[in-house]
Design a protein around this ligand. Structure first.
Ligand code: AHR
Length: 495
């Protein structure tokens, strides 16, 4: 294969990479909360009943914004059910996942977990079956100083100091007919505007995320977003995007090209934001929040059959899925100027990089690209040109064989590369203009015996990242040869 040249220039900056792009999502869904992060019966349980092994693995991902409590669950959730002495909390029927919710884990437990993990809490209010006033009361419970009813309730529950929760999602996927309380765009916009106004009146420092189109597949795609953003005006700080991808046709080249459609989705949404901004003659920009993204197509069943912590949507991930996850991250870095928050859906057991089985824990393939990029996320994204071989995906169009993104840090250049070829190694030359690469500081590579290779409890290291030093630095440039179906993360010291 011909060499792919990665051409970059430090003057061509896209913008600082917002750390919140490396967020996660914890939903009351299947075994994500119970038997996932929270399991007082486990031998790994810490003093708060949280699984220390799960949290230790999570720390490696350095996640930032953590979205909670859903997802679809949020549209039937009443936050008051999850506070106060546990014995007094109701056990309820969760209609979103047809499960039984004991409410043993709620707002106070979530915020304390965020503190423990250094996560930024991001709460989704219920705009499906809840009221704008219930949403406003939740802001008071979390953020207001003691002296009024909801804040005093928090103090009575042992937390006199406000939680200062900054990020609030105005409902979840309200454009989806499956959503509890789904309504047309104009009606959602009214609900969301009413809620956001009261929430912001309660705490002027919060930021809100309006529900944008939750899939590119609905007939309301983009028109929903226009209507919602026009009506919400200054009440929306961000608009959400969701995307789950998969390989049901078992066409690996096309699947690996899906990154091009993620680029397009981000650009479509940014175009709507700019259109509405221009129509409103506003100086204020609405930014993008990709608050659900992942691979999800095998385990689609969402019926918990009235069980507590049922095994739901426990996707097992392979090498090609990990490369697609790397592609999402490349796309997010390439759009650092407009994309400010993103949340990998989800963090444990349900469509997650970690799986528990009893007291055992498995690190799945998709864990690795997230860890490799997340530890190199600080700096400014650079615009780059990829000059090399390309191919035509069946549904996703033409893409370069080598996908890439780059971040300029303090005296270092981070480069992320994916070789989408199934059979051929890809020679790569990283050629910065006006910068000189002095040495390789660190690098890891992720690959495996084939696209479907996956980790299991019996063989946990089939797809694993390993340290990589086969990078030649000469005359200010770096050269390497990416094995077929691989992803590399490099930190290059600048001279
Ligand atoms: O992440 C799983 C589900 O996917 C979420 O609950 C919902 O918002 C989306 O459809």
């Amino acid at each position: 294969m011909n060499t792919t040249r990665i051409l970059l220039n430090p003057a061509f900056r896209i913008g600082p990479v917002d750390p919140r792009v490396f967020g996660g999502f914890l939903e009351h869904l299947g075994r994500a909360v119970y038997e996932g992060v929270y399991d007082p019966a486990s031998r790994h349980a810490d003093a708060d009943g949280c699984r220390s092994d799960v949290l230790a693995a999570q720390r490696r991902l350095r996640m930032t914004a953590m979205r909670y409590p859903g997802g679809n669950f949020a549209s039937g959730y009443h936050w008051r059910d999850g506070i106060g002495p546990r014995a007094g909390r109701p056990t309820v029927r969760d209609l979103a996942w047809q499960s039984i919710e004991p409410n043993a884990f709620g707002t106070d437990e979530f915020v304390s977990l965020c503190r423990k993990m250094d996560w930024t809490p991001m709460l989704t209010v219920n705009l499906g079956t809840g009221t704008p006033e219930e949403a406003r009361d939740w802001v008071e419970y979390c953020n207001c100083p003691v002296g009024t009813r909801e804040a005093d309730r928090r103090a009575a529950n042992g937390h006199p100091d406000p939680y200062a929760v900054k990020l609030w999602c105005l409902g979840n996927e309200m454009d989806g007919p499956w959503q509890l309380g789904h309504v047309p765009a104009d009606q959602y916009a009214i609900r969301a505007q009413q809620a956001a106004k009261m929430m912001k009146d309660c705490d002027r420092s919060i930021e809100t995320v309006a529900c944008g189109s939750c899939t590119t597949g609905l007939s309301t795609y983009m028109e929903w977003d226009r209507q919602v953003l026009e009506h919400l005006g200054d009440m929306a700080d961000y608009v959400s995007l969701h995307r789950y991808v998969g390989n049901p046709a078992d066409d690996t080249p096309d699947y690996l090209a899906v990154t091009a459609s993620v680029d397009r989705q981000i650009e479509d949404m940014d175009a709507v934001c700019r259109y509405v901004q221009a129509r409103r003659k506003s100086a204020r920009r609405v930014y993008l929040c990709f608050d659900e993204w992942n691979v999800w197509y095998r385990e689609r069943g969402g019926d918990g059959r009235a069980k507590r912590a049922p095994h739901l949507i426990e996707e097992v991930y392979n090498l090609e899925d990990a490369l697609v996850v790397a592609g999402f991250l490349n796309s997010f870095i390439r759009h650092a100027d407009v994309l400010k928050i993103a949340n990998l859906a989800q963090i444990v057991n349900a469509i997650a990089p970690l799986l528990t089985r009893g007291d055992e824990l498995l690190v799945q393939s998709i864990f690795h690209p997230f860890e490799m990029v997340s530890r190199r996320r600080t700096g400014e994204a650079l615009r780059l040109a990829i000059d090399g071989p390309s191919y035509e995906g069946r549904t996703n169009g033409a893409v370069p064989v080598v996908d890439a993104s780059a971040i300029l840090g303090e005296g270092v250049l981070h480069v992320f590369l994916t070789n989408r070829s199934e059979r051929t190694a890809a020679p790569v030359s990283i050629e910065p203009a006006g910068l000189s690469i002095a040495a390789l500081e660190s690098a890891e590579i992720l690959t495996g015996p084939g696209p479907k290779a996956a980790n299991s409890f019996e063989q946990p290291d089939v797809v694993a990242a390993r340290t990589y030093d086969e990078v030649a630095v000469r005359a200010g440039r770096a050269r390497l040869k990416l094995p077929p179906l691989s992803m590399a993360a490099l930190t290059l010291r600048l001279g």
